[in-house]
Design a protein around this ligand. Structure first.
Ligand SMILES: C[S@@+](CC[C@H](N)C(=O)[O-])C[C@H]1O[C@@H](n2cnc3c(N)ncnc32)[C@H](O)[C@@H]1O
Length: 218
């Protein structure tokens, strides 16, 4: 197991791993690997867009000095569980609107103290902003038509002005007919209108088709 630039992310061959905060427990059937008494979980880039982003060159400095996270679209907690591994001291507020997905997320949070799931619609940040407070990292993966607007509104409600964000943009949820370039250009305009600075987007192929990761700063 080789260390990477971020202390709690590791590499083994081509794969990324995080140190398992709940040894012996798998979250989504991922491989576990034990070395020198420490257990690591393989971070599958085909299941987690955040792992894909890092493998495609996204900087792990994204996690530096992060004391709290707002995660929109937690689903069953695949990516959330790895964030939980790598930010042990940081509360991670996870918004999920589907009760079916929320149940396993809630179960996961019973074993992982830094996970704070909230059953809510990310289109209504006013419903949870007071509980969440100000966060250093905003992450969104909701595959909705209004993805950029949702991100901007949550950033305005909860993101520290010196914080960072990552929007996993699903092009085909926004338009089936327009080119990816025009969809991304429009999303960038919407994010800029929310007062965010936008970095170069990263295409997540071949791990995740039709998805681009758009990094922003507050
Ligand atoms: C692609 S999945 C997320 C996968 C997850 N981020 C991961 O990597 O493990 C999208 C999730 O967003 C949720 N979602 C969609 N629209 C939402 C909204 N407006 N508010 C909250 N959650 C939403 C869906 O219910 C679904 O669970």
């Amino acid at each position: 197991m080789e260390p990477t630039e971020f202390p709690r992310i590791f590499r083994h061959g081509r794969d990324l791993y995080t140190e398992n905060a709940t040894p012996g427990v798998r979250v989504y059937g991922e491989d576990l690997l034990k070395e020198s008494g420490t257990e690591y979980r393989r971070w599958d880039p085909f299941r987690s867009k955040l792992a894909a982003y890092l493998l495609k060159g996204g900087p792990s400095s994204l996690f530096e000095r992060v004391r709290s996270v707002l995660y929109l679209g937690g689903s069953h907690g695949t990516t959330v569980s790895h964030l939980s591994d790598l930010l042990p001291g940081a509360p991670i507020f996870v918004i999920e609107k589907s009760p079916l997905s929320f149940a396993p997320l809630l179960e996961l949070s019973r074993r992982r103290e830094n996970l704070l799931p909230i059953l809510a619609d990310a289109q209504l940040p006013e419903r949870y902003a007071a509980d969440v407070g100000t966060v250093d990292l905003l992450y969104q993966d909701v595959a909705q038509r209004a993805q950029a607007r949702i991100f901007g509104e949550n950033a305005n409600a909860c993101l520290n002005p010196s914080g960072r964000g990552l929007l996993m943009l699903k092009v085909r949820s926004i338009s089936q007919s327009r080119t990816a370039r025009s969809v991304v250009a429009e999303a960038r305009r919407e994010l800029a209108a929310s007062g965010l600075s936008i970095g170069p987007e990263v295409d997540l192929a071949p791990f995740s088709r039709d998805h681009l990761a758009v990094p922003v700063t507050g």
